[in-house]
Design a protein around this ligand. Sequence first.
Ligand code: DX5
Ligand code: ZN
Length: 231
Amino acid sequence: MEGIMTISEIVGANKKLYLSPSLLACNFANLQADLAKAEAEADMYHFDVMDGLFVPNISFGFPLMEAVRSVSKKPLDMHLMIEAPERYFERFKQAGADSITFHLEAVKHPDQALRSLHNLGLGAAVALNPGTPVCIVKDILPLCDMVLIMSVNPGYGGQKFIDYSLDKIKELKAVIRERKLRCLIEVDGGVKLHNAKALLEAGADVLVAGTEVFHHADPASCLRQFRALGE
Ligand code: DX5
Ligand code: ZN
């Protein structure tokens, strides 16, 4: 589709805050209507793919993604909660992915997986479960466009934010600053208007929010309120 901004164009805009609404909280019987409510304010969309193995839940895959791609001009960031995600990188690219976030816990060769995403021309990111320490990404950090700090155990929307995630964001931000790396910190799970300010102060760059945005009476206004917190 013409006119779609790439992740690197979006990130190159060097914003203080990127908003990535999670489609998992949408009404799938009327997805296009929900997308239309968020489209003007979202920087990208967060697309949760679950395989029933890496996480207990099963969500959605290529057909839904292609449907979203056909009606939205925003970059699509795939959050792959699946085992051996590298099997599907190319297929996700064909279906319209702009960036792929895979779980470090789900791959044997994260360095290789990040390099193959770069070779495909996709944004490359790793996600860490709440129980996975930040220090584990130290060596691969220069290969990451983003690191996703999971602030709930992945698998379901609508869970409570795990408080120690704030310390993980601070710890990662200090390393990124010290080494002058260009790597965004994304946070996902239990992100709400009431905790967004603390997340931004800790060093988060990309906020993923599902329930807060799509269960809001006015998703666009909710996203504008998030945006105002980053000003
Ligand atoms: C959870 C998913 C999240 C989820 C967040 O496994 O990765 O992206 O949609 O939902 P909320 O914002 O409702 O916590
Ligand atoms: Zn997610």
